[in-house]
Design a protein around this ligand. Structure first.
Ligand SMILES: C[S@@+](CC[C@H](N)C(=O)[O-])C[C@H]1O[C@@H](n2cnc3c(N)ncnc32)[C@H](O)[C@@H]1O
Length: 237
């Protein structure tokens, strides 16, 4: 028989909050709360992103606490990280390198940059939070130099079919909190890319593996099941 406390721990509905509030709250523990999707994203990043990026200007859209911005800056890139959560940006600034600048901006509105401002544009694990993919992809295309790489990754729609959404456990209340997300289908991504002027060079899907599950037991649910999708595009402007 379930005790009342057991019921409270397992049967309580997740609290869904705005993306901004969700990440502001998550920022306190985000970097100590690494998950298999982030690990997989990191594992494959330089399979697709060039290593020789010294002195290149790169925009990191939805930079969060600066995970990807720092990976790029370590290779000599001049990075601008943009994010809509003040909390995530505070963490990013506290662990930043000199060649990174951070800016607060919500992707509901056009990006505050001139056309062709960046050599490359990257955005990792943000897409599932965006209601308007067409605006986001069009803006990524606009701010990138013609022919520059626009590299976009996201939670694979297959993960959502198993009920997964970005979430964390609030350390104070013990509640599961979900920053608002949108269950895009693969066709939504492809159609938005087509509409944006970007040229899709390659799309890759990555499954959960036993190696990943050995480090992150949560990934056992996704063995041989798609977790990550990557779109490797060129700016067409
Ligand atoms: C899962 S985190 C990924 C952070 C980072 N890219 C990484 O891979 O470690 C998603 C980030 O996207 C940001 N984000 C989501 N929707 C946004 C929006 N509409 N405008 C600006 N930032 C947004 C969140 O604030 C959060 O920092």
């Amino acid at each position: 028989m379930k005790t009342q406390s057991h019921l409270m721990a397992t049967d309580k509905k997740p609290t869904i909050v705005s993306t901004e509030e969700g990440y502001d709250r998550w920022s306190e523990i985000y970097d100590t709360n690494k998950n298999p999707l982030t690990a997989l994203d990191e594992l494959v990043f330089f399979n697709h992103f060039p290593n020789s990026i010294s002195d290149l200007h790169i925009a990191d859209l939805g930079c969060g606490t600066g995970r990807v911005s720092n990976m790029l800056a370590k290779k000599g890139a001049l990075v601008t990280g943009i994010d809509g959560s003040a909390g995530m940006l505070t963490k990013a600034r506290n662990q930043s390198q000199d060649t990174i600048t951070y800016q607060h901006h919500n992707f509901d509105a056009p990006l505050p940059f001139q056309n062709h401002s960046f050599d490359h544009v990257v955005s990792c694990l943000v897409l599932e939070h965006l209601p308007d993919l067409k605006l986001f992809f069009s803006e990524a295309n606009r701010i990138c130099k013609s022919g520059g790489l626009v590299y976009l990754t996201g939670m694979h729609p297959g993960m959502m079919l198993k009920g997964n959404e970005a979430n964390f456990t609030d350390p104070v209340t013990g509640d599961e909190v979900r920053p608002k997300g949108y269950a895009h289908e693969m066709a939504d991504f492809v159609n938005a890319i087509q509409h944006s002027g970007l040229k899709l060079d390659e799309m890759r899907e990555y499954n959960g593996t036993t190696e990943l599950a050995a480090d992150y037991p949560k990934a056992n649910k996704y063995l041989n099941w798609p977790m990550l999708v990557c779109f490797i595009c060129k700016a067409g402007n």
